[in-house]
Design a protein around this ligand. Sequence first.
Ligand code: PEP
Length: 225
Amino acid sequence: MRKLMAGNWKMYKGPAETLAFFDRFEAPDGVDVVVCPPFVSLEAAVGEEWPIYAQNVHWAEEGAFTGEISAAMLVEIGVRGALVGHSERRQYFGETDESVRARAEAALEAGLQVIACVGESAAEREGGLTEQVLERQVAVLPRHPDLVIAYEPVWAIGTGKTATPETAQEAHALIKSLHDTRVLYGGSVKPGNAAALLAQPSIDGALVGGASLDPDSFSELCRIA
Ligand code: PEP
């Protein structure tokens, strides 16, 4: 199966830097690539060759939800999908399993693809709660062919700590037993560790944060996939 490599730019790159990224970025034909710029850079990016996803999407069609963006608005400007439930949203912006489910459902209904993020914190892993947390987070996600899950152990995001390929494989196998979909790994993926992770049988691609900001390193990761 083709691997899916998704770049999550977090709160980096306005429209000018977005265009500069795509001037240098290259990916081979054999891999699916998605880029998730910040909201204000989406329109600059949608003219490019690769599908562009938002980093979040609201569940309502419209309404008094200051600071939020609806699925229909994303569709209108040519955005093809959205992340939901990223751990930074859960950690800093109060996202819950229920709001993640609602955002995913609204996006799918509007015809967007969804990458739904799940993953345990360091304390949950140390407390032996990894399986329980993943089961709870996956249980609420819609069963839909356009939904992909990203397993992102919170302790490995932006920390430089990567799950070992075996640890990641174990979590991916559990997630696949709960939800029949592609499962991406995320957490400090870099050119130096990607090949071993992507070689695992249940790892179908990667959600890449920091290393997707540099066009050369994200191009390299896409070649490795
Ligand atoms: C992410 O933002 O989804 C992520 C995995 O970040 P990083 O690759 O920087 O750990």
